[in-house]
Design a protein around this ligand. Structure first.
Ligand SMILES: Cc1cc2nc3c(=O)[nH]c(=O)nc-3n(C[C@H](O)[C@H](O)[C@H](O)COP(=O)(O)OP(=O)(O)OC[C@H]3O[C@@H](n4cnc5c(N)ncnc54)[C@H](O)[C@@H]3O)c2cc1C
Length: 571
């Protein structure tokens, strides 16, 4: 019998396991469906500072997961949305083991609005101590804004170590009136900065598993870690309390783990709500058709799904602007935040970053890209189970750009990126800039392998040829997008292009959001307890009341730090 059984060893689950087991009086079990990454055997792709290999390594992914964006190909406007691949981690450390390692907190108004929307105790002032607790800031040290003793080291690559393209992007931002900010996570004005990354001084990733589930933590007698074990369902007692988790072990056998205090779902914003639905918790319309009886009617389960809609431009680079050296260096260094100024929307709602070498292969080595996203987005999608089998992928509709404010701001972002590329600093650092389209074909080529290596090596020399030839090659082989000039002069065409090609940032969240019990769309209270089902909590990116203006890993780690402290304080 355990005190806490945590289902999902991702960003949140790793933090919870480490913090709850600090108390020797609690017996904690962490269950993860994917492989472990023990300190002495972290796979090379995960350790690497360059994240492009881990993202597409099928050993660390929920294979076959697809989402609807929606994506309407511009040459088939009548077609309905087509599902497409979407990476979600299935490995210890979860998203933090495969992500881009960016460590963004968002802006204070995000959390003040969380508290206003019913997440009592989650204002900026109340979450800041937990942002500090999770990090050791290698640049600023311990300050009122930064942590000096947390498990995740953070650092920024100084500007003089950036490749030419990133330096030129920063100069273009400066020239367009956005000042340099030394501290992205402490100075919340509009401006550009060296991005904060969850990365050690020795230039390698530090995932939540690497930072929190250390050798010493794993040696605790009160912590059990079960990798390659998948939670299948819950058992409830007569009073409706969740008392045990049923699991599938690696040998296919079923196991049952009892929890005295609670079961905590930390399966991420897609699988936590789907798991609840498979247990009859949610909107009966989602699970009754699959023969599942209603245990707890909570209409918000699997609703309010949020992501950050994204668009960008790529550029062919001359040799002097490219990323030099081996892949062990990070390829994303510079970022910028600005305010759209749209009425009723808090400042700092837009974000972009410069990427030198967007992919590992010979074509990627010749490219740079600026990717922008709507960082305070409003569109909402959904997660719904397809059957009573909790192991089946649910139906996920990101519903990107369904809110007109998101579409309007993403169009504006593309115009800005085009403008930046036309300013002297960036224009002088590139050969040809074009709208980037991240579709299934581009994704396929981004997967490391001999075929892609050979194909891109064959294409690369053509990209070195003079203007008309490299432009033709770009539009024939690299992007489905038209030349940017054709979009800028025609708002209807620009909108159609943005709607057809916007993608997400892998920032799914908000599908079991915190809020008051009388709010029908709230799923948990401010401590992660599922309203109406004792013994059950959710703690991961799904409890966000809305997506903060940030890449979601640090907000998730902060959430788990805060909930773990709350659970321990409950006694
Ligand atoms: C490709 C990619 C790039 C990203 N880049 C960034 C970035 O640069 N910066 C940033 O801040 N954020 C980034 N993010 C987002 C960020 O990593 C996530 O928001 C964060 O990791 C979410 O944490 P979580 O705990 O909610 O879920 P996860 O970290 O996804 O953890 C869920 C875990 O639960 C496990 N699980 C699920 N179902 C079961 C089950 N039935 N039984 C047992 N285990 C189960 C999964 O295998 C997984 O390990 C990125 C995400 C991805 C996927």
């Amino acid at each position: 019998m355990f005190d806490h059984v945590i289902c999902g060893g991702g960003s949140a689950g790793s933090v919870l396991a480490a913090r709850l087991s600090e108390d020797p009086g609690r017996r904690v079990c962490l269950v993860e469906a994917g492989p472990d990454t023990p300190p002495d055997a972290v796979p090379a792709d995960i350790r690497l500072s360059y994240h492009g290999h881990a993202v597409y390594n099928p050993d660390f992914l929920w294979r076959g997961l697809k989402v609807t964006l929606p994506h309407r190909p511009h040459n088939q406007p009548g077609e309905g949305p087509k599902p497409r691949s979407y990476e979600q981690a299935r490995v210890m450390g979860g998203g933090s083991s495969i992500n881009g390692q960016l460590g963004n907190r968002g802006v204070p108004s995000d959390y003040d609005d969380w508290a206003r929307e019913g997440a009592a105790g989650w204002s900026w002032e109340e979450v800041l101590p937990f942002f500090r607790r999770l990090e050791t800031d290698l640049d600023f040290g311990e300050t009122p804004l930064h942590g000096g003793q947390g498990p995740i080291p953070v650092r920024r690559i100084p500007r003089d170590s950036w490749p030419g393209y990133s330096r030129a992007a920063a100069a273009a931002w400066e020239a367009s009136g956005l000042p340099y900010l030394p501290d992205q996570n402490g100075d919340f004005r509009d401006g550009w900065f060296a991005l904060t990354t969850a990365n050690a001084a020795a230039d390698h990733r530090v995932s939540a598993a690497m930072g929190y589930l250390t050798e010493a933590v794993r040696a605790r007698p009160n912590l059990t870690i079960l990798a390659r074990h998948q939670a299948l369902g819950l058992d409830f007692n007569e009073a409706g309390r969740a008392v045990a988790v049923r699991l599938r072990a690696p040998d296919g056998a079923e196991r049952r783990l009892e929890a005295r205090r609670d079961i905590i779902l930390s399966m991420g914003a897609i699988r936590s709500p789907a798991f609840l639905q498979s247990q009859g918790i949610g909107d009966p319309a989602d699970f009754a058709p699959h023969g599942i009886a209603t245990r707890n009617h909570r209409a918000g389960v699997g609703r309010n799904l949020q992501e950050h809609p994204t668009m960008g431009m790529a550029a062919l680079l001359p040799a002097e602007s490219r990323m030099p050296g081996a892949l062990t260096q990070r390829n994303i260094h510079a970022g910028v935040r600005w305010s759209s100024g749209l009425p009723g929307i808090a400042g700092g709602d837009m974000f972009a970053l410069a990427i030198a070498r967007p992919s590992w292969h010979a074509v990627g080595a010749r490219l740079g890209a600026i990717q922008a996203w709507v960082n305070r987005s409003y569109s909402q999608g959904s997660v719904r189970i397809r059957s009573a089998d909790a192991t089946e992928h649910p139906e996920v509709n990101l519903n990107l750009l369904s809110d007109a404010r998101d579409a309007e701001r993403l169009m504006d972002a593309l115009r800005r990126i085009a403008l930046w590329h036309a300013l002297p600093s960036l224009r002088g650092a590139i050969r040809y800039a074009f709208p980037a389209v991240y579709n299934e074909a581009v994704r396929k080529v981004a997967v490391r392998g001999l075929k892609n290596d050979i194909m891109t090596r064959l294409l690369a020399p053509i990209l070195e040829l003079p203007g008309p030839i490299h432009r033709a090659a770009v539009h024939a082989f690299i992007t489905e997008g038209p030349p940017i000039g054709q979009l800028l002069g025609d708002d209807d065409r620009l909108e159609a292009f943005v709607r057809a090609n916007a993608t997400g940032q892998w920032h799914v969240s908000c599908t079991c959001r915190m809020g008051r019990e009388d709010d029908p769309m709230a799923v948990t209270d401010s401590a992660g307890r599922v309203h109406g089902t004792p013994g059950l909590r959710v703690c991961d990116a799904s409890v966000f009341p809305f997506v903060p203006s940030a890449n979601t890993n640090f907000p998730t780690l902060m959430t788990a730090e805060k909930m773990a402290a709350g659970i321990r304080a409950e006694g």
